[in-house]
Ligand binder design. Structure first.
Ligand code: DCP
Length: 141
């Protein structure tokens, strides 16, 4: 079993990846990836892997503290489950910022985008499944 699987306490590569949808003033926060090379330059909802013994909500709060330097509270799910193969699943959650201003601590840059601009951004393929729900939310705001 790989170290990663051992940490997850399950079969190889079976884990959840969580990402945060942060809305403010009719806009959504996107983050531009710096790695791996095949994803560098593309935009995503920031987040990361759920570690062993962590809830998805806690994992997302930890990841966004690390990546954006903000204190957040994880809210309701948004968008579909995205199956990544080998038991990995990617899920998005709405997130509220409790303290701090997002900074690109682990990304090339951040952008606040409105409904008209969202589809102009080169989103990572996995996250494109969420675009309809993100647009619906942006148009409601
Ligand atoms: N991913 C994705 N869409 C997102 C967030 C992540 O498709 N909105 C994918 C990209 C990676 C995997 O999930 O293949 C893990 O994402 P990260 O590299 O961002 O996760 P971590 O921060 O946990 O990993 P590391 O610590 O290795 O950088």
């Amino acid at each position: 079993m790989s170290d990663e699987a051992a940490r997850a306490g399950g079969a190889a590569d079976e884990y959840e990846i969580v990402a945060g949808a942060i809305f403010r003033d009719g806009r959504l926060l996107l983050a531009q990836r710096i790695r791996p090379p095949e994803l560098a330059g593309m935009w995503e909802l920031p987040g990361g892997k759920v570690e062993a013994f962590e809830t998805p909500q806690h994992a997302l709060e930890r990841e966004l503290a690390e990546e954006l330097g903000v204190v957040v509270r994880c809210g309701r799910r948004i968008g579909v489950d995205v199956a990544l193969g080998r038991g990995r699943v990617l899920r998005a959650y709405r997130v509220d910022i409790l303290a701090g201003e997002p900074a690109a601590l682990d990304h090339a840059q951040l952008a606040w985008v409105d409904a008209d601009d969202l589809e102009k951004f080169d989103m990572v393929v996995n996250d494109q499944a969420w675009i309809p729900d993100l647009l619906t939310e942006l148009r409601r705001l």
